[in-house]
Design a protein around this ligand. Structure first.
Ligand SMILES: NC(=O)C1=CN([C@@H]2O[C@H](COP(=O)(O)OP(=O)(O)OC[C@H]3O[C@@H](n4cnc5c(N)ncnc54)[C@H](O)[C@@H]3O)[C@@H](O)[C@H]2O)C=CC1
Ligand SMILES: O=C(O)/C=C/C=C(\O)C(=O)O
Length: 489
Protein backbone atom coordinates (compact mmCIF):
# COMPACT_ATOMS: atom_id res chain seq x y z
CA UNK A 1 0.00 0.00 0.00
CA UNK A 2 1.43 3.37 -1.02
CA UNK A 3 1.09 6.20 1.54
CA UNK A 4 -0.56 9.39 0.36
CA UNK A 5 1.77 11.43 2.53
CA UNK A 6 4.60 13.39 0.91
CA UNK A 7 8.06 11.87 0.52
CA UNK A 8 9.53 14.51 2.84
CA UNK A 9 7.65 15.06 6.09
CA UNK A 10 8.41 18.50 7.48
CA UNK A 11 7.87 20.27 10.76
CA UNK A 12 5.02 22.77 11.01
CA UNK A 13 6.00 25.93 12.88
CA UNK A 14 4.12 29.22 13.04
CA UNK A 15 1.86 28.22 10.16
CA UNK A 16 4.70 27.20 7.81
CA UNK A 17 6.15 23.83 6.86
CA UNK A 18 9.86 23.95 7.61
CA UNK A 19 12.73 21.59 6.84
CA UNK A 20 15.77 20.70 8.90
CA UNK A 21 19.44 19.83 8.57
CA UNK A 22 18.91 16.26 9.77
CA UNK A 23 16.39 13.73 8.48
CA UNK A 24 15.50 10.18 9.44
CA UNK A 25 13.80 7.29 7.66
CA UNK A 26 10.15 6.41 8.05
CA UNK A 27 9.92 2.65 7.52
CA UNK A 28 6.92 0.48 6.62
CA UNK A 29 6.82 -2.40 9.12
CA UNK A 30 5.02 -4.65 6.63
CA UNK A 31 8.06 -5.12 4.40
CA UNK A 32 10.81 -2.82 5.69
CA UNK A 33 10.45 -0.44 2.73
CA UNK A 34 11.14 3.28 2.98
CA UNK A 35 7.97 5.39 3.14
CA UNK A 36 9.43 8.88 3.56
CA UNK A 37 12.20 10.98 4.98
CA UNK A 38 11.29 12.91 8.10
CA UNK A 39 12.80 16.28 9.09
CA UNK A 40 14.18 16.06 12.61
CA UNK A 41 13.57 19.26 14.57
CA UNK A 42 16.62 20.58 16.41
CA UNK A 43 16.44 22.55 19.64
CA UNK A 44 16.15 25.87 17.79
CA UNK A 45 13.18 24.61 15.78
CA UNK A 46 11.46 23.36 18.92
CA UNK A 47 12.05 26.71 20.63
CA UNK A 48 10.72 28.52 17.55
CA UNK A 49 7.58 26.39 17.75
CA UNK A 50 7.16 27.16 21.46
CA UNK A 51 7.67 30.89 20.82
CA UNK A 52 5.14 30.82 17.96
CA UNK A 53 2.62 29.12 20.24
CA UNK A 54 3.16 31.76 22.92
CA UNK A 55 2.66 34.56 20.40
CA UNK A 56 -0.47 32.92 19.02
CA UNK A 57 -2.12 33.24 22.42
CA UNK A 58 -1.87 37.04 22.04
CA UNK A 59 -3.37 36.98 18.52
CA UNK A 60 -6.83 36.19 17.08
CA UNK A 61 -6.87 32.78 18.77
CA UNK A 62 -6.67 34.32 22.22
CA UNK A 63 -9.57 36.63 21.40
CA UNK A 64 -11.93 33.88 20.18
CA UNK A 65 -14.92 32.78 22.22
CA UNK A 66 -15.18 29.12 23.12
CA UNK A 67 -18.01 28.83 20.58
CA UNK A 68 -15.75 30.20 17.83
CA UNK A 69 -12.98 27.78 18.79
CA UNK A 70 -15.48 24.92 18.79
CA UNK A 71 -16.64 25.87 15.30
CA UNK A 72 -13.03 25.85 14.13
CA UNK A 73 -12.41 22.41 15.63
CA UNK A 74 -15.47 21.12 13.78
CA UNK A 75 -13.83 22.46 10.61
CA UNK A 76 -10.71 20.47 11.50
CA UNK A 77 -12.87 17.36 11.94
CA UNK A 78 -14.49 18.09 8.57
CA UNK A 79 -11.02 18.45 7.05
CA UNK A 80 -9.93 15.02 8.29
CA UNK A 81 -13.21 13.52 7.07
CA UNK A 82 -12.70 15.08 3.63
CA UNK A 83 -9.26 13.43 3.38
CA UNK A 84 -10.32 10.24 5.16
CA UNK A 85 -8.74 7.79 2.71
CA UNK A 86 -5.43 9.66 2.73
CA UNK A 87 -5.33 9.52 6.52
CA UNK A 88 -6.18 5.82 6.47
CA UNK A 89 -3.44 5.08 3.91
CA UNK A 90 -0.86 7.09 5.86
CA UNK A 91 -1.73 5.37 9.17
CA UNK A 92 -1.66 1.94 7.56
CA UNK A 93 1.69 2.58 5.87
CA UNK A 94 3.30 3.77 9.11
CA UNK A 95 1.96 0.96 11.30
CA UNK A 96 0.94 -1.98 9.10
CA UNK A 97 -2.39 -2.30 10.90
CA UNK A 98 -5.42 -3.82 9.15
CA UNK A 99 -7.02 -1.26 6.87
CA UNK A 100 -10.40 -1.87 8.43
CA UNK A 101 -9.07 -1.00 11.89
CA UNK A 102 -7.57 2.24 10.60
CA UNK A 103 -10.93 3.13 9.08
CA UNK A 104 -13.21 2.20 11.95
CA UNK A 105 -11.00 2.99 14.93
CA UNK A 106 -7.99 5.22 14.28
CA UNK A 107 -9.18 7.83 11.82
CA UNK A 108 -12.81 7.72 12.89
CA UNK A 109 -11.68 8.46 16.46
CA UNK A 110 -9.44 11.28 15.24
CA UNK A 111 -12.54 12.96 13.86
CA UNK A 112 -14.62 12.11 16.94
CA UNK A 113 -12.00 13.56 19.28
CA UNK A 114 -12.30 16.99 17.63
CA UNK A 115 -16.09 16.94 17.52
CA UNK A 116 -16.47 15.68 21.08
CA UNK A 117 -14.14 18.17 22.73
CA UNK A 118 -15.47 21.05 20.63
CA UNK A 119 -18.97 20.30 21.89
CA UNK A 120 -17.95 19.56 25.47
CA UNK A 121 -15.99 22.80 25.81
CA UNK A 122 -18.76 24.85 24.22
CA UNK A 123 -21.35 23.39 26.62
CA UNK A 124 -19.24 23.22 29.79
CA UNK A 125 -20.56 24.85 32.90
CA UNK A 126 -18.55 26.18 35.81
CA UNK A 127 -19.18 26.10 39.55
CA UNK A 128 -21.01 28.73 41.56
CA UNK A 129 -21.39 28.78 45.36
CA UNK A 130 -23.42 31.28 47.33
CA UNK A 131 -22.10 31.71 50.86
CA UNK A 132 -23.27 33.32 54.05
CA UNK A 133 -21.22 36.07 55.68
CA UNK A 134 -21.28 37.54 59.18
CA UNK A 135 -22.89 40.79 57.99
CA UNK A 136 -25.75 38.84 56.45
CA UNK A 137 -25.16 40.16 52.92
CA UNK A 138 -23.39 37.03 51.71
CA UNK A 139 -20.92 36.43 48.93
CA UNK A 140 -20.90 34.65 45.61
CA UNK A 141 -18.09 32.41 44.42
CA UNK A 142 -17.86 31.37 40.80
CA UNK A 143 -15.14 29.77 38.74
CA UNK A 144 -13.83 30.72 35.34
CA UNK A 145 -11.74 28.58 33.03
CA UNK A 146 -8.68 30.04 31.34
CA UNK A 147 -6.21 28.37 28.98
CA UNK A 148 -3.05 26.98 30.56
CA UNK A 149 -1.00 28.61 27.81
CA UNK A 150 1.42 26.56 25.71
CA UNK A 151 0.92 22.81 26.00
CA UNK A 152 3.61 20.34 24.94
CA UNK A 153 2.19 17.07 23.61
CA UNK A 154 4.26 13.91 23.17
CA UNK A 155 2.45 10.94 21.69
CA UNK A 156 3.30 7.32 20.84
CA UNK A 157 3.09 5.13 17.76
CA UNK A 158 0.54 2.54 18.77
CA UNK A 159 -2.60 4.57 17.91
CA UNK A 160 -0.91 7.55 16.27
CA UNK A 161 -3.70 9.91 15.17
CA UNK A 162 -6.13 8.74 17.84
CA UNK A 163 -3.78 9.44 20.74
CA UNK A 164 -2.37 12.67 19.30
CA UNK A 165 -5.82 14.17 18.71
CA UNK A 166 -7.04 12.91 22.10
CA UNK A 167 -4.74 15.60 23.50
CA UNK A 168 -4.66 18.23 20.74
CA UNK A 169 -8.47 18.54 20.55
CA UNK A 170 -9.19 19.33 24.22
CA UNK A 171 -6.06 21.49 24.50
CA UNK A 172 -7.26 23.68 21.62
CA UNK A 173 -10.89 23.58 22.73
CA UNK A 174 -9.75 25.09 26.03
CA UNK A 175 -7.95 27.90 24.19
CA UNK A 176 -4.34 26.75 24.48
CA UNK A 177 -1.72 26.71 21.75
CA UNK A 178 0.21 23.46 21.30
CA UNK A 179 3.53 22.06 20.23
CA UNK A 180 3.05 18.40 19.36
CA UNK A 181 5.73 15.76 18.90
CA UNK A 182 4.41 12.53 17.44
CA UNK A 183 6.38 9.32 17.64
CA UNK A 184 9.30 8.99 15.27
CA UNK A 185 7.76 5.67 14.20
CA UNK A 186 4.48 7.19 12.99
CA UNK A 187 4.91 10.77 11.76
CA UNK A 188 2.60 10.72 8.72
CA UNK A 189 -0.92 11.37 10.00
CA UNK A 190 0.38 14.11 12.30
CA UNK A 191 1.82 15.85 9.23
CA UNK A 192 -1.49 15.50 7.40
CA UNK A 193 -3.18 16.96 10.47
CA UNK A 194 -0.95 20.04 10.20
CA UNK A 195 -2.16 20.50 6.61
CA UNK A 196 -5.76 20.17 7.78
CA UNK A 197 -5.17 22.76 10.53
CA UNK A 198 -3.74 25.21 7.98
CA UNK A 199 -6.59 24.61 5.53
CA UNK A 200 -9.23 24.95 8.24
CA UNK A 201 -7.91 28.43 9.03
CA UNK A 202 -6.51 27.67 12.47
CA UNK A 203 -4.41 30.79 13.14
CA UNK A 204 -0.65 30.48 12.75
CA UNK A 205 1.21 29.28 15.80
CA UNK A 206 -1.81 27.65 17.43
CA UNK A 207 -0.85 24.15 16.27
CA UNK A 208 2.84 23.40 15.83
CA UNK A 209 4.38 20.07 14.95
CA UNK A 210 7.95 19.00 15.59
CA UNK A 211 9.29 15.66 14.44
CA UNK A 212 12.07 13.68 16.03
CA UNK A 213 13.11 11.14 18.62
CA UNK A 214 12.96 11.26 22.41
CA UNK A 215 16.32 11.51 24.16
CA UNK A 216 18.70 14.15 22.72
CA UNK A 217 16.11 15.08 20.15
CA UNK A 218 12.82 16.94 19.74
CA UNK A 219 11.09 15.08 22.60
CA UNK A 220 13.70 15.99 25.16
CA UNK A 221 14.04 19.55 23.78
CA UNK A 222 10.30 20.07 24.18
CA UNK A 223 10.26 18.82 27.77
CA UNK A 224 13.24 21.08 28.57
CA UNK A 225 11.75 24.20 27.02
CA UNK A 226 11.08 26.89 29.61
CA UNK A 227 8.31 28.22 27.37
CA UNK A 228 5.80 25.40 27.88
CA UNK A 229 3.21 25.60 30.63
CA UNK A 230 2.16 21.95 30.70
CA UNK A 231 3.18 18.63 29.23
CA UNK A 232 0.91 15.76 28.33
CA UNK A 233 2.36 12.39 27.37
CA UNK A 234 1.29 8.89 26.40
CA UNK A 235 3.90 6.15 26.23
CA UNK A 236 6.13 3.94 28.30
CA UNK A 237 6.23 4.36 32.09
CA UNK A 238 10.01 4.85 32.17
CA UNK A 239 9.71 7.67 29.63
CA UNK A 240 7.01 9.26 31.80
CA UNK A 241 9.38 9.21 34.73
CA UNK A 242 12.17 10.82 32.63
CA UNK A 243 9.79 13.53 31.44
CA UNK A 244 8.59 14.18 34.97
CA UNK A 245 12.16 14.87 36.06
CA UNK A 246 12.72 17.15 33.07
CA UNK A 247 9.71 19.35 33.89
CA UNK A 248 10.11 19.21 37.68
CA UNK A 249 12.22 22.37 38.02
CA UNK A 250 9.58 24.43 36.24
CA UNK A 251 6.78 22.74 38.26
CA UNK A 252 4.83 22.23 35.02
CA UNK A 253 1.46 20.54 35.02
CA UNK A 254 1.67 16.99 33.66
CA UNK A 255 -0.79 14.37 32.51
CA UNK A 256 0.57 10.89 31.83
CA UNK A 257 -1.05 7.83 30.28
CA UNK A 258 1.56 5.11 30.65
CA UNK A 259 2.00 1.37 30.37
CA UNK A 260 -0.04 -1.51 31.71
CA UNK A 261 0.03 -5.19 32.53
CA UNK A 262 -3.70 -5.56 32.36
CA UNK A 263 -5.69 -8.57 33.48
CA UNK A 264 -8.80 -10.22 32.11
CA UNK A 265 -10.73 -12.29 34.66
CA UNK A 266 -13.12 -14.98 33.44
CA UNK A 267 -15.49 -16.44 36.04
CA UNK A 268 -17.00 -19.88 35.47
CA UNK A 269 -20.48 -18.34 35.17
CA UNK A 270 -19.42 -16.13 32.24
CA UNK A 271 -21.04 -16.38 28.82
CA UNK A 272 -18.28 -18.66 27.56
CA UNK A 273 -18.30 -17.71 23.88
CA UNK A 274 -18.52 -14.00 24.66
CA UNK A 275 -15.59 -14.29 27.07
CA UNK A 276 -13.47 -16.14 24.52
CA UNK A 277 -14.26 -13.54 21.86
CA UNK A 278 -13.61 -10.74 24.35
CA UNK A 279 -10.23 -12.08 25.42
CA UNK A 280 -9.25 -12.56 21.78
CA UNK A 281 -9.99 -8.87 21.22
CA UNK A 282 -8.35 -7.69 24.41
CA UNK A 283 -5.15 -9.65 23.83
CA UNK A 284 -4.65 -9.39 20.08
CA UNK A 285 -6.20 -6.12 18.84
CA UNK A 286 -3.58 -4.01 17.05
CA UNK A 287 -1.10 -6.88 17.56
CA UNK A 288 -1.41 -6.31 21.30
CA UNK A 289 -0.07 -2.78 20.96
CA UNK A 290 -2.73 -0.96 22.96
CA UNK A 291 -1.96 0.06 26.53
CA UNK A 292 -5.34 -1.46 27.47
CA UNK A 293 -4.62 -4.96 26.12
CA UNK A 294 -4.81 -7.95 28.48
CA UNK A 295 -1.52 -9.80 28.81
CA UNK A 296 -2.63 -11.65 31.97
CA UNK A 297 -5.76 -13.80 31.75
CA UNK A 298 -7.16 -15.48 34.87
CA UNK A 299 -9.79 -18.17 34.30
CA UNK A 300 -11.80 -19.92 37.05
CA UNK A 301 -10.57 -23.49 37.31
CA UNK A 302 -13.74 -25.41 36.28
CA UNK A 303 -13.59 -23.86 32.79
CA UNK A 304 -9.82 -23.38 32.54
CA UNK A 305 -8.91 -26.28 30.20
CA UNK A 306 -11.88 -25.65 27.92
CA UNK A 307 -11.09 -21.93 27.79
CA UNK A 308 -7.43 -22.46 26.90
CA UNK A 309 -8.43 -24.90 24.14
CA UNK A 310 -10.96 -22.43 22.73
CA UNK A 311 -8.42 -19.58 22.73
CA UNK A 312 -5.83 -21.81 21.07
CA UNK A 313 -8.26 -22.71 18.30
CA UNK A 314 -9.08 -19.04 17.68
CA UNK A 315 -5.44 -17.91 17.81
CA UNK A 316 -4.37 -20.64 15.37
CA UNK A 317 -7.08 -19.36 13.01
CA UNK A 318 -6.06 -15.68 13.14
CA UNK A 319 -5.16 -14.38 9.72
CA UNK A 320 -1.83 -12.52 9.74
CA UNK A 321 -1.10 -10.60 6.59
CA UNK A 322 -1.06 -7.50 4.46
CA UNK A 323 -3.16 -4.64 5.87
CA UNK A 324 -5.49 -4.55 2.86
CA UNK A 325 -6.01 -8.31 2.54
CA UNK A 326 -9.62 -9.33 3.03
CA UNK A 327 -10.34 -10.75 6.48
CA UNK A 328 -6.88 -9.99 7.86
CA UNK A 329 -6.85 -9.94 11.67
CA UNK A 330 -3.32 -8.92 12.50
CA UNK A 331 -0.51 -6.94 10.95
CA UNK A 332 3.12 -6.62 12.02
CA UNK A 333 4.52 -4.93 15.10
CA UNK A 334 5.56 -1.31 14.69
CA UNK A 335 9.26 -1.93 14.02
CA UNK A 336 12.08 -4.43 14.04
CA UNK A 337 13.32 -2.85 17.26
CA UNK A 338 10.01 -3.52 18.97
CA UNK A 339 9.89 -7.02 17.47
CA UNK A 340 13.31 -7.76 19.02
CA UNK A 341 11.87 -6.77 22.40
CA UNK A 342 8.79 -8.97 21.98
CA UNK A 343 10.82 -11.92 20.69
CA UNK A 344 13.09 -11.49 23.72
CA UNK A 345 10.02 -12.17 25.88
CA UNK A 346 9.10 -15.19 23.73
CA UNK A 347 12.54 -16.67 24.54
CA UNK A 348 12.33 -15.60 28.19
CA UNK A 349 8.95 -17.31 28.60
CA UNK A 350 10.48 -20.64 27.63
CA UNK A 351 13.38 -20.07 30.03
CA UNK A 352 10.87 -19.25 32.76
CA UNK A 353 9.12 -22.57 32.11
CA UNK A 354 6.04 -21.55 30.11
CA UNK A 355 4.01 -24.02 28.10
CA UNK A 356 3.67 -22.46 24.65
CA UNK A 357 0.05 -23.13 23.73
CA UNK A 358 0.15 -21.20 20.46
CA UNK A 359 2.64 -19.21 18.42
CA UNK A 360 5.93 -18.30 20.03
CA UNK A 361 7.87 -17.34 16.92
CA UNK A 362 7.93 -15.49 13.62
CA UNK A 363 5.62 -16.35 10.71
CA UNK A 364 7.21 -17.11 7.34
CA UNK A 365 5.45 -15.83 4.24
CA UNK A 366 7.95 -16.43 1.42
CA UNK A 367 7.50 -12.86 0.19
CA UNK A 368 8.35 -9.24 1.08
CA UNK A 369 6.61 -9.59 4.45
CA UNK A 370 9.58 -11.64 5.64
CA UNK A 371 11.41 -8.28 5.78
CA UNK A 372 8.64 -6.92 7.99
CA UNK A 373 8.18 -6.90 11.77
CA UNK A 374 5.66 -9.74 12.16
CA UNK A 375 5.43 -12.12 15.11
CA UNK A 376 2.99 -14.95 15.74
CA UNK A 377 0.12 -14.34 18.15
CA UNK A 378 1.21 -16.25 21.22
CA UNK A 379 -0.41 -17.88 24.24
CA UNK A 380 1.34 -19.26 27.30
CA UNK A 381 0.25 -21.19 30.36
CA UNK A 382 2.12 -22.58 33.36
CA UNK A 383 4.05 -19.53 34.54
CA UNK A 384 4.06 -18.38 38.17
CA UNK A 385 2.66 -14.89 38.83
CA UNK A 386 6.20 -13.78 39.70
CA UNK A 387 7.57 -14.56 36.21
CA UNK A 388 8.85 -11.53 34.31
CA UNK A 389 6.59 -12.46 31.40
CA UNK A 390 3.62 -12.14 33.77
CA UNK A 391 4.75 -8.93 35.46
CA UNK A 392 6.39 -6.82 32.72
CA UNK A 393 4.62 -5.00 29.89
CA UNK A 394 5.43 -6.76 26.62
CA UNK A 395 3.17 -4.75 24.28
CA UNK A 396 2.75 -7.54 21.76
CA UNK A 397 0.14 -10.10 20.66
CA UNK A 398 0.61 -12.34 23.66
CA UNK A 399 -1.15 -13.46 26.82
CA UNK A 400 -0.53 -15.83 29.69
CA UNK A 401 -3.56 -17.77 30.93
CA UNK A 402 -3.65 -18.99 34.54
CA UNK A 403 -6.34 -20.74 36.60
CA UNK A 404 -7.82 -19.36 39.83
CA UNK A 405 -10.11 -20.81 42.51
CA UNK A 406 -11.64 -17.95 44.50
CA UNK A 407 -12.76 -14.36 44.15
CA UNK A 408 -10.48 -12.98 46.90
CA UNK A 409 -7.56 -14.85 45.45
CA UNK A 410 -8.00 -13.48 41.95
CA UNK A 411 -8.50 -9.92 43.18
CA UNK A 412 -5.22 -10.15 45.10
CA UNK A 413 -3.41 -11.60 42.08
CA UNK A 414 -4.73 -8.95 39.71
CA UNK A 415 -3.77 -6.19 42.13
CA UNK A 416 -0.26 -7.57 42.71
CA UNK A 417 1.13 -5.51 39.85
CA UNK A 418 3.24 -2.37 39.58
CA UNK A 419 0.74 -1.21 36.96
CA UNK A 420 -2.93 -0.27 37.30
CA UNK A 421 -4.49 0.76 34.03
CA UNK A 422 -7.36 -1.53 32.98
CA UNK A 423 -9.12 -4.80 33.76
CA UNK A 424 -11.84 -6.78 31.97
CA UNK A 425 -14.24 -8.93 34.02
CA UNK A 426 -16.35 -11.67 32.46
CA UNK A 427 -19.29 -12.89 34.57
CA UNK A 428 -23.08 -13.09 34.41
CA UNK A 429 -23.33 -12.37 38.15
CA UNK A 430 -23.90 -8.61 38.30
CA UNK A 431 -23.42 -8.41 42.06
CA UNK A 432 -20.07 -10.07 41.75
CA UNK A 433 -19.11 -7.84 38.82
CA UNK A 434 -19.90 -4.75 40.87
CA UNK A 435 -18.13 -6.07 43.98
CA UNK A 436 -14.97 -7.16 42.17
CA UNK A 437 -14.80 -4.10 39.91
CA UNK A 438 -14.60 -1.82 42.95
CA UNK A 439 -11.79 -3.88 44.48
CA UNK A 440 -9.54 -3.93 41.41
CA UNK A 441 -6.94 -1.17 41.74
CA UNK A 442 -6.98 0.27 38.22
CA UNK A 443 -8.37 3.34 36.48
CA UNK A 444 -10.64 1.46 34.06
CA UNK A 445 -12.76 -1.67 34.52
CA UNK A 446 -14.83 -3.20 31.74
CA UNK A 447 -17.47 -5.82 32.54
CA UNK A 448 -18.45 -8.24 29.77
CA UNK A 449 -16.74 -6.04 27.22
CA UNK A 450 -13.37 -4.46 26.53
CA UNK A 451 -12.30 -1.11 25.09
CA UNK A 452 -15.83 0.23 24.81
CA UNK A 453 -15.19 3.96 24.90
CA UNK A 454 -17.45 6.85 25.81
CA UNK A 455 -15.25 9.91 25.35
CA UNK A 456 -17.01 11.75 28.19
CA UNK A 457 -15.67 9.30 30.78
CA UNK A 458 -12.49 9.51 32.86
CA UNK A 459 -9.52 7.75 31.29
CA UNK A 460 -6.19 6.98 32.95
CA UNK A 461 -4.38 4.70 35.34
CA UNK A 462 -2.90 4.34 38.80
CA UNK A 463 0.58 3.28 39.98
CA UNK A 464 3.05 3.04 37.06
CA UNK A 465 0.17 3.39 34.60
CA UNK A 466 -0.17 7.12 34.85
CA UNK A 467 -0.93 10.36 36.52
CA UNK A 468 -4.17 12.29 36.23
CA UNK A 469 -7.24 11.64 34.15
CA UNK A 470 -8.25 12.79 30.70
CA UNK A 471 -11.58 12.39 28.92
CA UNK A 472 -14.72 14.51 29.14
CA UNK A 473 -14.60 17.17 31.85
CA UNK A 474 -11.35 15.68 33.17
CA UNK A 475 -9.65 16.86 29.98
CA UNK A 476 -11.26 20.28 30.32
CA UNK A 477 -9.94 20.43 33.90
CA UNK A 478 -6.41 19.46 32.89
CA UNK A 479 -6.17 21.80 29.90
CA UNK A 480 -7.60 24.80 31.80
CA UNK A 481 -6.55 26.93 34.71
CA UNK A 482 -9.58 27.19 36.95
CA UNK A 483 -9.76 30.44 38.89
CA UNK A 484 -12.25 31.21 41.65
CA UNK A 485 -13.78 34.69 41.85
CA UNK A 486 -15.36 35.63 45.17
CA UNK A 487 -17.66 38.66 45.19
CA UNK A 488 -18.75 40.08 48.48
CA UNK A 489 -22.33 41.21 48.10
N1 LIG B 1 0.68 3.64 25.39
C1 LIG B 1 1.59 2.86 25.86
O1 LIG B 1 1.44 2.33 26.90
C2 LIG B 1 2.81 2.66 25.08
C3 LIG B 1 3.81 1.85 25.55
N2 LIG B 1 4.92 1.66 24.83
C4 LIG B 1 5.93 0.78 25.39
O2 LIG B 1 7.15 1.47 25.37
C5 LIG B 1 8.13 0.69 24.72
C6 LIG B 1 9.07 1.62 24.00
O3 LIG B 1 8.40 2.23 22.91
P1 LIG B 1 8.73 3.72 22.55
O4 LIG B 1 8.09 4.14 21.32
O5 LIG B 1 10.22 3.88 22.64
O6 LIG B 1 7.97 4.45 23.75
P2 LIG B 1 8.32 5.80 24.38
O7 LIG B 1 7.52 5.99 25.60
O8 LIG B 1 9.79 5.90 24.54
O9 LIG B 1 7.88 6.84 23.25
C7 LIG B 1 6.68 7.53 23.23
C8 LIG B 1 6.95 8.97 22.81
O10 LIG B 1 7.83 9.57 23.75
C9 LIG B 1 8.95 10.14 23.08
N3 LIG B 1 10.09 10.07 23.98
C10 LIG B 1 10.88 9.01 24.25
N4 LIG B 1 11.84 9.34 25.14
C11 LIG B 1 11.64 10.65 25.45
C12 LIG B 1 12.31 11.57 26.30
N5 LIG B 1 13.37 11.21 27.03
N6 LIG B 1 11.85 12.83 26.38
C13 LIG B 1 10.77 13.21 25.65
N7 LIG B 1 10.12 12.38 24.81
C14 LIG B 1 10.53 11.11 24.72
C15 LIG B 1 9.07 9.31 21.83
O11 LIG B 1 9.82 9.97 20.84
C16 LIG B 1 7.62 9.11 21.46
O12 LIG B 1 7.11 10.25 20.82
C17 LIG B 1 7.35 -0.22 23.82
O13 LIG B 1 8.07 -1.39 23.58
C18 LIG B 1 6.13 -0.47 24.60
O14 LIG B 1 6.33 -1.53 25.48
C19 LIG B 1 5.11 2.28 23.65
C20 LIG B 1 4.15 3.11 23.11
C21 LIG B 1 2.90 3.34 23.79
O1 LIG C 1 -8.42 6.69 24.17
C1 LIG C 1 -8.45 5.55 23.70
O2 LIG C 1 -9.43 5.10 23.16
C2 LIG C 1 -7.29 4.67 23.72
C3 LIG C 1 -6.26 4.87 24.48
C4 LIG C 1 -5.12 4.01 24.39
C5 LIG C 1 -3.94 4.34 24.92
O3 LIG C 1 -3.81 5.39 25.73
C6 LIG C 1 -2.70 3.61 24.61
O4 LIG C 1 -2.75 2.55 23.98
O5 LIG C 1 -1.65 4.11 24.99
Amino acid sequence: MKPASPALLRNYVDGEFVGSAATFDNINPVDGSLIAQVCEADRATVEAAVAAARLALQGPWGAMSVQQRAAMLHKVADGIAARFDEFVAAEVADTGRPLEQARTLDIARGIANFRTFADLAACANTDAFEMATADGAGALNYTVRKPLGVVGIISPWNLPLLLLTWKVAPALACGNAVVAKPSEESPATATLLAEVMRDAGVPRGVFNLVHGFGADSAGQFLTESKGIDALTFTGESRTGSTIMKAVADGVKEVSFELGGKNAAVVFADADFDAAVAGVMRSSFTNSGQVCLCSERVYVERPIFERFVAAIKAKVDALKIGYPDEGGVDMGPLISHGHRDKVLGYFRLAEQEGATVVAGGGVPHFGDARDNGAYVQPTVWTGLPDSARCVTEEIFGPVCHIAPFDAEDEVVARVNASDYGLACALWTTNLSRAHRVARRIHVGLVWVNTWYLRDLRTAFGGVKLSGLGREGGRYSLDFYSDVANICIKL
